[in-house]
Unconditional design. Structure first.
Length: 235
């Protein structure tokens, strides 16, 4: 199945060099690329070979002009009257995001959240291999989760070295998060995904992405309240 592209798009152009491409991409664009990738993967799974900027933008929840600008940073301009090649665009975005490589991940903290993360199938389909699960609770050590045996946190440094861990996922209580982060950083880990309700202090070269579900819920509560006030005003 193909979806025609609007006439405002031009012929394909070659990809710029990787370094130049990354330098030109804003953080806001980088944050939208995974959304485009998810949508495109769904199109590909559905047998869609080409897609217009309008359909891709609608599915991703952005404006067509913003989407075209984002994709132009990748050197992807689509083909007039045909559209974007879905498979090629998946490859382009995956390459820019670094997903054509494989990364070893360690999850520290296997409570309810860590347990769920360990079983998340999306890691493997995007090139992330969960190399180890770690916890400080002796009652958890030795438990098997998603085919991996939970190891004691005393082994963290050894695990990072043996498995060449690139990314650390912190799913511990807030009281332990900073210490875990410091240990990850001291072993050379420079990318951290933090689920603990705490702002981590890290060196400049370390990238931290914080996921706080309570904040997201509070933002949704704000929007619910605003919709309720608008509805009251209209009644």
């Amino acid at each position: 199945m193909s979806v025609a592209m609007s006439g405002g798009e031009s012929s394909p152009r070659p990809l710029p060099r990787t370094g130049a491409r990354r330098a030109a991409i804003s953080e806001a664009t980088v944050a939208r690329l995974p959304v485009y990738l998810r949508v495109l993967t769904g199109f590909a799974d559905g047998g869609i070979a080409t897609v217009s900027s309008e359909q891709l933008a609608q599915a991703a929840g952005v404006g067509p002009a913003k989407l075209r600008k984002d994709l132009s940073h990748l050197g992807s301009y689509g083909t007039r009257g045909v559209g974007y090649d879905v498979d090629y665009l998946v490859y382009q975005i995956s390459r820019v995001l670094g997903l054509t490589q494989h990364y070893s991940v360690v999850i520290v903290g296997v409570g309810n959240l860590g347990h769920a993360l360990a079983g998340y199938a999306g890691f493997g389909t995007r090139g992330f291999r969960v190399a180890a699960l770690v916890d400080a609770d002796p009652a958890r050590v030795g438990e098997t989760i998603a085919g991996l045996e939970v190891r004691h946190s005393d082994e963290l440094e050894t695990i990072i070295k043996d498995h060449e861990v690139s990314i650390g996922v912190i799913a511990t209580p807030a009281s332990a998060a900073q210490d875990v982060c410091d240990r990850l950083v001291s072993c050379g880990v420079t990318s951290v995904l933090n689920f603990a309700p705490l702002v981590l202090n890290v060196p400049d070269q370390v990238d931290v992405r914080k996921v706080d579900l309570s904040i997201e819920l509070q933002i949704l509560a704000f929007h619910e309240q605003r919709k309720a006030l608008v509805a009251q005003g209209a009644s």
